[in-house]
Ligand binder design. Structure first.
Ligand code: 3HC
Length: 311
């Protein structure tokens, strides 16, 4: 009986700390389910950052100016750093880097579905910065209030850098849409047509179909639901695209004057789950690229082990 009471008492104290807005730190007592949820979420977030470098990295050699090349190099490098912060945050919970990387490379772990779509023109780089990183910021600002200390602090640093990603993308698309050639304007609209719905899917399934949300909200890891974040994001982005004359590819979009919100049309969840399950347009290529990078880096890992053993 004593052990059960101890667990119940510990859980009550833990939830009291969450309710008081205290941060849970690596050495603190936490329910095993809390630790597992965080490892799942943070490691998949880290995978998303690393895989997320691939769609844009392809365009670094094709940037139309030295300035645009430098901006894109800086952004892609930032994403690599975000991945490192997040893998470290997951390691504070007892996950090992090897386990997490193995889960990604074997296809067991998820990463954000949005990175399984192809980048077809240079305008995609601007749209990814504005739309995809914009969605990421919306989500990550929320996570900067997460109850787990290392995660919330990683988010503060990441959001600061994401804001640069968002602004550089917005700058490009606004220029193309308002001062660009007709071809650039067409490219910007085409990029919006292809990246709009995958960006909405980044927020996850509807709340009614989100098995993890209730526990994450209860323990203060998420402080808003998938739909709350998505709806805020849609209203902000529709207003911005309308302001520069681009059309959001959603014929069912309506404006709710009472709630002052744009309400999006139905999301194609069949497409979403197909992509999440590995059947998206670029899933195989993305994992192949990660596996090749891992194999190509074997000699570095071996050299580090040999050096550590000699020391
Ligand atoms: N892509 C892939 N899988 C997704 C997904 C998506 N867009 N949305 C949801 N899923 C998965 C979940 O991981 C979960 O599967 P699992 O239990 O096997 O992990 C399942 O679908 C059910 O979804 P839930 O809503 O129950 O899952 P969550 O409560 O975890 O919510 C989430 C999903 C909103 C993505 C949440 O995990 C989260 O906020 N994660 C941290 C942020 C993150 O990972 N963002 C990814 C983008 S990072 C990025 O864009 C980098 C930037 O630099 C561009």
């Amino acid at each position: 009986m004593e052990a059960t009471q101890t667990y119940d008492a510990q859980l009550a104290e833990f939830e009291g700390r969450i309710a008081r807005g205290e941060k849970i730190e690596p050495g603190d007592w936490m329910p095993e389910a809390y630790r597992k949820q965080l490892i799942r979420m943070i490691s998949q977030h880290a995978h998303s950052e690393i895989v997320g470098m691939l769609p844009e990295g392809k365009y670094i050699p094709h940037a139309p100016s030295l300035r645009r090349k430098m901006v894109l190099i800086a952004k892609v490098q930032d994403e690599a750093g975000h991945g490192q912060y997040l893998y470290h945050a997951a390691e504070t919970l007892g996950a090992t880097r090897e386990e997490m990387i193995d889960a990604l490379l074997t296809g067991k772990a998820k990463y954000s579905s949005v990175f399984n779509y192809p980048t077809l023109t240079w305008a995609d780089i601007g749209m990814i910065g504005w739309l995809v990183d914009g969605a990421a910021i919306k989500n990550q600002l929320m996570l900067s209030h997460a109850s787990y200390g290392p995660y919330s602090r990683a988010m503060v640093r990441i959001c600061a850098e994401e804001t640069f990603h968002y602004k550089q993308g917005m700058e490009m698309i606004v220029h193309y849409a308002t001062n660009g050639t007709s071809r650039q304007r067409t490219m910007a609209q085409d990029a919006l047509n292809r990246w709009w719905w995958p960006s909405l899917m980044m927020f996850g399934p509807h709340d009614s179909d989100s098995p993890n949300s209730a526990q994450l909200i209860r323990w203060g890891i998420k402080t808003k639901t998938n739909d709350e974040l998505r709806n805020e994001f849609v209203t902000e982005m529709v207003e911005q695209f309308n302001a520069i004359g681009l059309t959001v590819p959603d014929p069912d979009m309506v404006y709710d004057a009472e709630r002052e919100q744009w309400i999006h049309g139905p999301i194609d969840w069949d497409e979403f789950w197909q992509v999440v399950r590995g059947n998206g347009p670029m899933n195989a290529e993305r994992l192949a690229a990660r596996r090749k990078a891992h194999d190509d880096g074997l000699w570095v890992r071996e050299a580090l082990v040999a050096f550590a053993q000699r020391a």
